[in-house]
Design a protein around this ligand. Sequence first.
Ligand code: UPG
Ligand code: 3PG
Length: 405
Amino acid sequence: MGKITYRILAPAVGSPIGQEGTARQTTSTAVQLNGSGWRYMSMTVWEWFEQRSYHHRDFAGLGEASGTRAERPTTTLIFPARNVAGTIGTILSIVEELRARTGLPDQVIVIDADSPDGTADVARAHGAEVYSENELMLGYGPAQGKGDAMWRALSVASGDIVMFADADTIDFEEHFVYGTLGPLLADPRLQFVKAAYRRPFKQGEEKILDGGGRVTELMAKPLLNLFYPELAGFVQPLAGEFAARREVLSSVPFFTGYGVEIGMLIDVLDQVGLESMAQVDLGTRQNRHQPLSSLTKMSSVVLRTVAAREDLGQRLDGVELGAGLDPSMPGLWELRPPDTYLHAVATDEGLRLDEQLNELVERPPLASLADGNALTATALFAPEGATTELLRGGALALSHACTSQ
Ligand SMILES: O=c1ccn([C@@H]2O[C@H](COP(=O)(O)OP(=O)(O)O[C@H]3O[C@H](CO)[C@@H](O)[C@H](O)[C@H]3O)[C@@H](O)[C@H]2O)c(=O)[nH]1
Ligand SMILES: O=C(O)[C@H](O)COP(=O)(O)O
């Protein structure tokens, strides 16, 4: 196991855009690859993490009733919903309270997967605009999962800014809404905002504080570290809670199922650049857990979504070989220095980005060490008390050492 180093940044306090970053000094300028080649990014992941991480408290003013509302872009909140009759009512009541008090969001849509548990009726009873996912964009046939439902719902969204949120959240609060919309309402230069939060794992009465987000931790984050290190600062890259300007959402493809979030993150990065993206700390979120047998499929979809991006091979080359085109240009490997793993986490003290040394060491086949080098190899397996002399010398010593285990 490699030595682990932690770099702890200040809790997210919502530094305004443009403020001079106090992140660590970097010697390189990060570069980003897109369809047309290399281009420079104006900030590193560390700088991004520090300058584009907000806290929902920064936007608490949006949740306060105000007689004279400032002129602002209109907003739509969309809930993809499949069998969420148990949670959608409470969530919509909370949203309605916020809306009655502040006018935010202007439009609330529930896009229902023809759920047999009566989700649509509950949503209608709570005043939402409800559509069946199968009645929109009819020319595309029956809807094919969450991403497809979101794409179809976008076609009836009227807001200048569109937010999506999962409808199975057990501890939904109104700051989920104004917190996620806040950065986009506050700064016209931002184009895309993703939620960040701690994720408890709850089974019956038992709760493991940061045990949730299994696909996120075991698939999405390692995958992004390798192929899209620019995105390694996102604490919850798969979060269903995110918002963007409608033009941005209309200019990227949507994967139909559970690939939608990671696909969008990559495509939005390509479209608007990291500097126009942000994340916001919403505290904690408890979702309804799926069994491992479903999550292994979700993981496979996440993997295939990333693999579907055209420049993946180039990116791997970029990671391994540095910039291919111009030797004087820094490569992607400088964004993700070899042998490090960038791990973004949410804590009670704020969001944190850790850099961990994660060496990949490969030993040669023992059989290839059958002569002079055998001393080193066999010493690893030396029986207690064995002398170096006993083990010295080629294949005989090697076989002795192996069987002595
Ligand atoms: O075919 C579907 C499946 C889900 N949902 C709804 O989508 C939301 C999230 O789905 P869920 O199955 O609870 O996802 P998670 O297991 O929590 O998966 C996480 O990771 C996924 C992959 O990135 C994201 O799509 C999710 O938003 C994110 O919460 C919920 O409101 C569901 O009701 C649909 O509308 N249609
Ligand atoms: O985002 C994820 O990783 C999946 O939704 C799984 O979450 P869970 O481990 O909390 O069920």
